[in-house]
Design a protein around this ligand. Structure first.
Ligand SMILES: *[C@@H]1O[C@H](CO)[C@@H](O)[C@H](O)[C@H]1NC(C)=O
Ligand SMILES: *[C@@H]1O[C@H](CO)[C@@H](O)[C@H](O)[C@H]1NC(C)=O
Length: 593
């Protein structure tokens, strides 16, 4: 009792000494979509102008080995938000489709998951997400919003519950299975021709088939086709929408004005919350295709429209920084800049040229979970009051580290579920030299693509690849024939023994190690195999210990996949819609902007 009184006394003494002392820091997390590590000036690009991002790095800490947990949006973002591999939340896929395809699907970040936003909210933070979500909306009916950002700890949401993609702008092509859409169109045509032929045959008296059998047959088959085809046909209406909190405010969205609207919302959020601890996750729609055509940046860069978009991103980052600084929040705000995964190498065309990101010296890119270019991304932290300016950290770090880092800084001491990330503050502050990530697992969907090992007492960073994507055409450095690499079946080559590189001496992964060139060869394979085994055990056992204890173990053990076909495909009754479904349509009133 006496010690409690003493604690109270000390607490008030601290309060009296200056209210600011105890104030929790603000967080401004900025994530660009599909940005490559080679796209940024301070990571070695000398022809793209990114002075504002570079400034964050020179005023803060730059991570050179910052790793995304997955090489595609949905799983990478799930891992980022939860601090755990996407496999643990069911957002890792077994097959071809590794991202959510329809807002009207039922897959998404399960309500049972905890995000860093939810933790901070419980610590009294005002939390906001402005921009892209791409982690689902509804579960069972329109408006249940079980996967919605508001349910996952963000008290404010403005932005894209889905993502920006080519289908949002007519004439920009399609991201969602162009081949499947093509097949469906052909099937529809075939059905029409088939019916016509049958009717002719009947009319000409060549065949004694009753029309009464044909008609329902035809309707049934065209209905089946239409049910498959319609969701693809109306993608801009179904997927390209803007929500403010629970409400759809624009459908389909006007892409041209998106950058200024997102930026404005992010700035307003900061201004509204000057007086209390806040978290802003500014999740940009850039630099995914279709690329923006903002007049102020068009034609200004040395790298075509892609470069123009990069320079617009940099400008937006500068505006956010300026907002934080001009409100006097800099010393109490941790700013973070990153990308969800590597640049999309295969994205280009003869008119625009480069449309996807550049991963510098690193091999591979988006959708390649093993090759460094798919997962090594920029990572910058700035906090003038706390972090030394200009520090560079070469140790392995993960986007999943944000969760424990934020939790630590918000003084959230509640025990939590098994985490795959580590608090970054000791590294960022220079209190320790070594990262706690001795091992890291690199996933492509549910498949373990590669393992990274940074052995104690050594500079080496070994990477063991269990399989690699088959480039097409062979030797092309990417999967140009399919536009994107896949992680399963005949699309990959399995390696036994695994392929081994030392990233410290060979960051481009161009010289595989052999027992002759690497004395520790056998040890490396043995150590990583053991660690994989241990890691696998945590995937099946962890939930029993940290989920609701009243649940039966059997139930807790099964992590329901959110990426199965039945969860991914479009369901009309789940489609977010303003107006009366299926006549959805509305426009944001932007006169105030
Ligand atoms: C700089 O970025 C552009 C745009 O991605 C890219 O085309 C170029 O190759 C990069 N330059 C360097 C030196 O990395
Ligand atoms: C912010 O922190 C730095 C370093 O501790 C200090 O030099 C500067 O005066 C502070 N600025 C404000 C506005 O408090």
């Amino acid at each position: 009792m006496r010690s409690l009184l003493l604690a109270h006394f000390l607490f008030y003494l601290l309060l009296a000494a200056g209210e600011k002392v105890d104030r929790k820091p603000n967080f401004v997390l900025m994530m660009v979509d599909d940005l490559g590590i080679g796209d940024v000036g301070c990571y070695g690009n000398d022809t793209i102008r990114t002075p504002n991002i570079d400034r964050l790095a020179s005023e803060g800490v730059k991570l050179t080995q910052h790793i995304a947990a997955a090489p595609l949006c949905t799983p990478s973002r799930a891992a980022f938000m939860t601090g755990r591999y996407a496999l643990r939340s069911g957002l890792a896929s077994t097959g071809r489709v590794q991202v959510l395809l329809f807002l009207g699907g039922s897959g998404g970040l399960p309500p049972s998951e905890t995000t860093f936003a939810k933790r901070l909210q419980q610590q009294g933070y005002t939390t906001g997400l402005v921009g892209k979500w791409h982690l689902g909306v509804n579960c069972e009916q329109r408006g249940d919003h079980c996967h919605h950002p508001n349910q996952h700890g963000f008290s404010y949401f403005y932005g894209l519950p889905f993502t920006l993609f080519n289908d949002c702008v007519p004439g920009e092509g399609s991201d969602v299975f162009a081949d499947l859409q093509h097949a469906l169109r052909n099937l529809t045509m075939l059905l029409g021709v088939g019916l016509f032929t049958l009717v002719c045959v009947h009319v000409c008296g060549l065949l004694e088939v009753s029309l009464w059998i044909l008609v329902p047959l035809f309707f049934l088959s065209s209905l089946a086709t239409a049910v498959w085809y319609i969701p693809f046909k109306f993608l801009p209406t179904w997927n390209c929408i803007i929500m403010r909190n629970q409400e759809v405010i624009e459908q389909p969205m006007t892409v041209d004005t998106l950058p200024q609207r997102l930026l404005g919302e992010a700035q307003h959020f900061i201004k509204r919350n000057v007086d209390r601890p806040f978290l802003l996750f500014f999740s940009l729609a850039h630099i995914h295709t279709p690329l923006f055509k903002t007049p102020a940046f068009a034609g200004k860069s040395r790298h075509g429209r892609y470069g123009d978009n990069l320079e617009e991103v940099d400008w937006m980052i500068g505006q956010i920084t300026e907002t934080v600084d001009s409100l006097g929040l800099a010393n109490n705000t941790l700013m973070y800049f990153t990308s969800d995964h590597g640049g999309h190498l295969e994205d280009d065309d003869s008119v625009i040229g480069q449309k996807g990101g550049w991963n510098g010296i690193y091999k591979g890119g988006k959708a390649m979970g093993g090759w460094e270019g798919g997962i090594r991304v920029p990572g910058i932290f700035r906090w003038p009051g706390r972090l030394a300016a200009g520090r560079v950290v070469d140790e392995p770090t993960s986007l999943m580290d944000l969760y424990p880092t934020l939790k630590y800084l918000a003084m959230d001491k509640q025990s939590d579920r098994l985490s795959d990330g580590h608090n970054l503050m000791p590294l960022l502050e220079g209190k320790v030299e070594r990262s706690e990530h001795e091992f890291m697992f690199h996933y492509c969907g549910v498949s373990l693509n590669a393992v990274r090992w940074h052995p104690a007492g050594s500079d080496s960073v070994f990477k063991v690849h269990y399989f690699t994507p088959n480039f097409s055409p062979p030797g092309a450095g990417g999967c140009y024939d399919t536009k994107i690499c896949l992680c399963h079946g005949e699309h990959v080559t399995h390696h036994n023994p695994p392929l081994l590189y030392d990233l410290f001496h060979d960051p481009s992964e161009s010289r595989p190690l052999t027992p002759d060139t690497e004395p520790r060869y056998a040890e490396i394979l043995e150590q990583t195999a053991k660690t994989v085994e241990r890691h696998r055990n945590t995937l099946t056992n962890e939930q029993a210990s940290d989920e609701d204890h009243s649940q039966s173990n059997a139930e807790a053990h099964s992590i329901q996949s959110q990426m199965s076909w039945d969860k991914i495909l479009w369901r009309p009754w789940l489609q977010p819609c303003c107006g009366t479904f299926p006549f959805c349509g509305c426009k944001e009133d932007t006169t105030h902007i």
